[in-house]
Design a protein around this ligand. Structure first.
Ligand SMILES: [Zn+2]
Length: 260
């Protein structure tokens, strides 16, 4: 018998005992280990599938941190507005590089809310429904384009499930191309704060029937920002997008604290 086996067995047994005792937990993002942040915060990153599109594409959510303050940042509910997706991915990288931002909060990232629409460069889902008109808001109007009933689409049901599950304190939904920071619900302060960190003006566009803004902001009373970037932002890579808008997103994550 190999003489190393007793030593290896002893190490394995020690890990088993420590794991059982709750002293050792595997860290999912080892690049973050060398920080001053407790490992529990770092290891609290979780991808999970919150739903599937009409064509079976997964709708993925990433939760970072585990504090009581929750920010939901999402993109591309309109599939022909793709620039928010690399921007949210870049935000995830920033949060991993700066885990101190996760102290006391959880950040929930939903990069592609309408994956079929993104695949087909379409505003709508595969049923031809505008998901941002499909929510159960008081101002909802039933139609083919808004869905014949509220939440008729699996993608809008997945988004609602994320909101009900995580109970975000604020939401940012990234769109194009109207070049402004729109808001619904009690979000004027958040909109103005984000406006301090990017070139987009704060502009109230008005509640659209059955929109996520109407549902989350007016019906549920959650501050929600409709972050309208430029159409030409689709030409930018994630670093260029981050230079233009990263600080504004960070400001939303750490609100009401000022962004660093
Ligand atoms: Zn849009």
């Amino acid at each position: 018998m190999n003489r190393k086996w007793p030593a290896i067995s002893a190490v394995c047994a020690l890990f088993a005992v420590l794991t059982f005792a709750g002293c050792y937990r595997p860290v999912r993002y080892p690049e973050l280990v060398d920080t001053h942040v407790p490992p529990a915060i770092v290891s609290a990153a979780r991808y999970h599938i919150v739903g599937t599109s009409v064509h079976g594409r997964p709708i993925m959510c990433l939760g970072l941190g585990q504090g009581p303050d929750v920010a939901l940042i999402m993109a591309t509910i309109h599939g022909n507005e793709p620039a928010g997706t690399p921007l949210v991915r870049r935000l995830a990288m920033h949060l991993r590089q700066h885990p101190e931002m996760l102290s006391g909060r959880k950040v929930v990232l939903l990069r592609v809310a309408n994956p079929d629409g993104l695949a087909h460069n379409s505003r709508y889902n595969i049923h031809g429904v505008d998901l941002n008109r499909n929510f159960e808001a008081a101002n909802r109007l039933n139609s083919r384009q808004s869905g014949l009933t509220a939440l008729s689409e699996p993608e809008s049901r997945a988004i609602r499930q994320v909101i009900l599950q995580y109970k975000p304190d604020r939401i940012v939904s990234i769109h194009q191309p109207l070049a402004c920071i729109d808001y619904d619900g009690p979000a004027q302060g958040l909109a103005e704060r984000m406006g301090q960190y990017c070139a987009l003006p704060v502009k109230k566009l008005g509640a659209r029937p059955g929109s996520l803004g109407s549902y989350a902001g007016v019906t549920l009373g959650i501050p929600i920002i409709t972050f309208e970037m430029l159409g030409s932002d689709s030409q930018l890579d994630s670093e260029a997008l981050w230079q233009k808008y990263g600080k504004a997103l960070v400001a939303a994550v750490v609100y009401p604290n000022p962004a660093q």
